[in-house]
Ligand binder design. Structure first.
Ligand SMILES: [Zn+2]
Length: 239
């Protein structure tokens, strides 16, 4: 699937670390490519970072962003020329952490939703500490511990994570499918569906691990009230 003129390679392969593409536009301090494996800032996920090799050297990719014409890669260093082929390389350590965090967030949200009826009202996925907001009136240490223990035991079972594509009309019929569907606009004719077997099913546009065994354990860093019906939980992964 494309955004503007940019093919989003990570939608079909979250494990793609390197790719080649053509420079379609030079905009300010960045370039729009014909394809990318960099996940841009959006949907609560931080942007991927990495490097871009081109005819004038190697530049740092400090951010990827959705812009009207495609995905803009903001560079530090020399800019490549229009029309040339470049090689993008992801900072894989950072991206893999974000993938593990992202899948764990889906699992935790599904467990919280199932056990308490709460919905996710916001989230921010970063490599070090992530956070998620739930529409909950009451949240205490014992309840969080129970929900996280439950999530961790499910993750440890090594559940497969599957990505598929489904026509919009069909996808809309799946129960709970849009509760986190903030990154695939509903007017798209085909939706990307991410399933954590037996745990969660979501329309989703971000990178995920293939199996929950890759995640390890969620650890709660803290929590706070952000209003009467909104509680924020900060979490990390044990390694
Ligand atoms: Zn997601």
């Amino acid at each position: 699937m494309k955004h503007g003129k940019t093919e989003l390679l990570y939608l079909d392969d979250s494990y793609l670390r390197e790719f080649e593409a053509e420079v379609l536009e030079v905009q300010g301090d960045g370039v729009v490519l014909s394809a990318t494996a960099f996940h841009p800032t959006g949907g609560g996920l931080v942007s991927d970072t990495g490097t871009m090799e081109h005819s004038r050297g190697v530049s740092k990719v400090v951010e990827a962003k959705f812009v009207e014409g495609g995905v803009l890669h903001v560079l530090e260093g020399e800019l490549p020329e229009m029309g040339e082929r470049v090689k993008g390389v992801l900072d894989w350590e950072r991206r893999y952490r974000v993938m593990r965090m992202h899948t764990s967030l889906h699992a935790l949200s599904a467990v919280v939703s199932r056990e308490t009826g709460a919905l996710v009202t916001g989230n921010q996925v970063k490599p070090d500490v992530s956070r998620v907001d739930f529409s909950l009136e009451a949240l205490d240490r014992d309840l969080i511990r129970r929900l996280v223990d439950l999530t961790n035991s499910l993750l440890a079972e090594g559940r497969p994570v599957r990505v598929s594509w489904m026509p919009r009309e069909e996808a809309m019929k799946l129960p709970g499918i849009t509760k986190l569907a903030d990154r695939l606009p509903p007017e798209l004719p085909v939706w990307r569906i991410v399933e954590i077997e037996g745990i969660d099913l979501q329309a989703d546009g971000g990178p995920h691990v293939r199996n929950t065994a890759e995640i390890g354990r969620i650890e709660i860093v803290g929590f706070e009230s952000k209003g009467r019906r909104n509680k924020r939980v900060y979490f990390t992964l044990s390694d």
